[in-house]
Design a protein around this ligand. Structure first.
Ligand code: ACO
Length: 325
């Protein structure tokens, strides 16, 4: 029996020009290239220019994804932007992107699940496409994390970067078999008891300021691998697929040790892991579509491949999705 699936038509990404190396950071705070690489795998990150907004980065990624898909922006009727660093408290940054693309129909909104935002966005869009209310969607992850970092805090400022990535998805009828293209399953979790372990110490209703990112890194680390593997096991149970069936594992790019730990625990071969954390740092909701874009462009992810996505972030929030490209 045929089923409606959200099928990926194209991907795109954008990185700001400015590259900030570990060596440059070591000149500002008490850290070293060796410490950062050993603990995180990060060698550099991109930083948005003065006046370069989340909207600008998200728009560039969206345009690249539309070009890659070979479709006109006018055929998009849904835009979901995952971000924790919007341009304004309101309206949603997604409507700025919608307007800049010249789209005056359909719906656009922001979604906030910190580093899990892209997986939450994919799951949300999948539901909206499958109900038949929308036909073609852009899911974008765009972040200007450099604006919420405390550049004097070496425990956090070395970890994050700016950038954006996007996917174009379309509701398509698929045969309803294991070989279907599209999002095959998605699983989302959150547990607000961990809120104080990774948060921003400002906000609209609390301080009236933007605030800075604060994190108990070791606590996040301890939680991450167990949470990630748990939700991926749910995705495997729901589809009957196993780690051996996966062609590509595209995790949220927070820390090489977390990525390697999760892949090892799940039995995913290291050569199937797409890792960009060394060059991008942690770009929060943008990290997965940025990594996808790299692996699509260099020919790794191809039509028909089974791709496993996962993320974990502030909240805590975490989630996984299995997608047949
Ligand atoms: N340079 C040099 N030394 C440092 C730095 C630094 N940049 N940062 C911390 N240190 C020091 C600490 O002060 C500490 O010193 P001490 O032993 O004298 O007290 C020592 O290094 C060890 O610190 P730990 O925090 O225990 O180091 P750890 O091995 O846990 O690594 C890290 C820290 C990299 C933050 C790790 O815990 C981690 O990656 N955690 C997960 C973070 C993460 O993924 N966050 C993003 C989640 S996604 C989101 O939603 C935004």
């Amino acid at each position: 029996m045929s089923v409606t699936r959200s099928v990926v038509l194209g991907s795109g990404s954008y990185l700001p020009k400015r590259v900030l190396t570990n060596a440059e950071l070591a000149a500002q705070v008490a850290t070293s290239d060796e410490w950062i690489v050993q603990r995180t795998g990060i060698r550099q990150r991109h930083i948005a220019a003065d006046g370069e907004l989340t909207m600008d980065m998200g728009l560039a990624a969206a345009k690249a994804a539309l070009d890659h898909a070979g479709i006109d922006a006018q055929s998009i009727d849904l835009i979901v932007l995952a971000t924790s660093t919007p341009d304004n408290t309101f309206p949603a940054t997604a409507v700025s992107i919608q307007a800049a693309l010249g789209i005056h129909h359909g719906a656009a909104f922001d979604l906030q699940a910190v580093c899990s935002g892209f997986v939450f966005g994919l799951a949300t869009v999948d539901g909206m496409l499958r109900t038949g209310g929308f036909k073609r969607a852009l899911v974008i992850g765009a972040e200007a994390f450099s604006r919420i970092l405390d550049w004097n805090d070496r425990t956090t400022c070395v970890l994050f970067g700016d950038g954006a990535g996007a996917l174009v998805l379309e509701a398509q009828q698929q045969p309803g078999t294991r070989e279907d293209r599209g999002i095959l399953t998605s699983h989302l979790r959150s547990d607000g008891r961990h809120k104080s372990k990774l948060y921003v110490d400002g906000g609209v209703s609390s301080t009236g300021t933007v605030g800075h990112l604060r994190m108990e890194g070791r606590e996040v680390f301890k939680f991450a691998v167990a949470a990630i593997t748990d939700v991926i096991e749910d995705a495997f149970r729901a589809t009957g697929y196993t780690a051996q069936d996966i062609d590509w594992f595209v995790p949220h790019q927070a820390n090489k040790r977390i990525i390697d730990g999760a892949a090892h625990k799940l039995g995913i071969a290291p050569e199937k892991v797409v890792s960009t954390v060394d060059l991008h740092g942690n770009t929060s909701a943008a990290s997965i579509p940025l990594a996808i874009s790299v692996a699509v462009q260099d020919g790794r992810i191809k039509r028909g491949d089974l791709v496993l996505l996962e993320a974990m972030g502030g909240g805590f929030t975490w989630g996984a999705a299995l997608v047949r490209w």
